[in-house]
Design a protein around this ligand. Structure first.
Ligand SMILES: *Cc1c(COP(=O)(O)O)cnc(C)c1O
Length: 411
């Protein structure tokens, strides 16, 4: 039996407790949606004001040189590399996850020209599949996006498959794949492996090089707290960097952008995976989120994340056991990311009723209630309070209100 006191005691001993005050979190809100949009680190606001006023305002265009603007995609990439088990020079922060998927899928297909299939799972995040479809439409004859059930991915890596593209932590259920063994099975069949780390970076330990991954992409605005629409990142393993080419060959990926040569010549290393001028204000906001995250101990983060998801699942069973909420996430914390999800036919309305009470989770079609647990700023006590609100919503059928059935554009 978990009590409010159990959880307060955990808060008193929590080595990550002091991080909470580094975030701007509205009074009265329990924020369980850092997996969709991380909250605002207080220092981000200060940095944005400084960079805007001093660097942009006063130093103007000289800032590209004097304030290191030009190299921000690489320098922030090096910091993100530490979070995902990559080496310096293997990661850049740029563009969106969607655009980075296009670039790296194209690079992967070009490395395996005799193979024409991009293999992924049914139920992968839609933009991943859409971008692969878009790429196939320009690659033309013979190219194909093939989707199979998650259980059949390994067995489906035939000699037609150029690249296997998978999301490490499923955005709906939080189910986490074994990066090492899946990568090994792709390689055994001669394919390359691309991981989407949108729900992994800043949420679970990731070791791209330990798993021998070839390519990866990920998101800056989720667990890295980089701000709405923050630049994403991409990873290309060092061993592929000389041979890998991406087709969005803009001048920022050129070997000498300010020589204004008339022909594209790719930069060495990871830089060729940039396309256009970096969004400096967005990058510095991302850097603050990443820096703050790097101050926390990785083992403390994982330990707290696991304990939080375990406590939350157990509390929902304990307090709301007979309300038809079924666990949609793997029961074993070792097999899931930093989120816990439940299924319920009235999932959308239940989430809206919770939001009205200040408990922010989100809904994923068709019936998933999704709760993300970011150990950097959540308190164990928040779990108790969130589940108490959930119990009220369920006991009193608060969700059964037409207002809570109105679908907003963003769920
Ligand atoms: C959030 C998310 C994305 C987002 O892509 P954007 O281009 O940033 O909109 C991509 N893939 C997965 C798996 C995600 O969860």
């Amino acid at each position: 039996m978990i009590t409010s006191e159990t959880l307060s005691a955990l808060d008193r001993e929590d080595p990550l407790g002091p991080f909470r005050e580094q975030f701007e979190l509205p009074e009265g809100v329990i924020y369980l949606d850092g997996n969709s949009l991380g909250p605002l680190p207080r220092r981000t606001l200060t940095r944005l004001i400084d960079v805007t006023r001093e660097e942009w305002g006063q130093s103007l265009i000289t800032s590209w040189n004097t304030h290191g603007w030009l190299r921000l995609p690489q320098s922030i990439g090096d910091k993100i590399a530490r979070i995902i088990g990559a080496a310096p020079g293997e990661v850049v922060a740029a563009d969106s996850t969607s655009v980075n998927l296009f670039k790296l899928l194209a690079a992967a297909c070009a490395l395996r020209p005799e193979r024409k299939v991009i293999l992924t799972e049914d139920g992968n995040f839609p933009t991943d599949i859409y971008m692969a479809e878009g790429l196939v439409s320009v690659l033309g004859a013979g190219y194909e996006v093939r989707t199979v059930d998650r259980e059949n991915v390994a067995a489906s890596v035939t000699d037609e498959v150029a690249v296997v593209m998978l999301t490490h932590v499923d955005y709906r259920t939080g189910a986490m794949l074994d990066m090492t063994s899946v990568t090994a099975s792709a390689h055994a069949a001669g394919a390359l492996m691309l991981w989407d780390l949108a729900h992994s970076a800043g949420a679970v330990p990731v070791d791209l090089n330990g798993a021998h991954a070839d390519f990866a992409v990920g998101c800056g605005y989720k667990y890295l707290n980089g701000g709405p629409g923050a630049p994403a990142f991409l990873f290309v393993a060092a061993r592929h960097q000389d041979a890998a080419h991406q087709p969005l060959s803009g001048w920022m990926g050129h070997a000498a952008p300010f020589d204004f040569e008339q022909r594209y010549r790719p930069a060495e290393g990871i830089t060729r995976h940039l396309a256009g001028t970096p969004a400096i204000l967005a990058l510095v906001a991302l850097e603050e989120g990443v820096d703050l995250y790097l101050e926390a101990d990785a083992e403390d983060l994982r330990r707290k994340s696991i304990l939080m998801t375990e406590c939350f699942a157990a509390l929902v069973a304990q307090e709301c056991g007979d309300h038809g909420l079924t666990l949609a996430s793997p029961a074993d914390a070792g097999n899931r990311g930093s989120q816990v999800c439940f299924r319920h036919d009235e999932g959308y309305a239940i989430i809206q009723a919770l939001i009205a009470r200040g408990v922010v989770g989100d809904f994923r079609t068709p019936d998933i209630l999704r709760f993300g647990f970011a150990p950097l700023y959540l308190r164990y006590q928040d779990l108790w309070n969130a589940v108490t609100h959930l119990r009220h919503v369920m006991d009193k059928r608060e969700w059964d209100n037409p207002d809570f059935r109105i679908k907003a554009a963003v769920t």
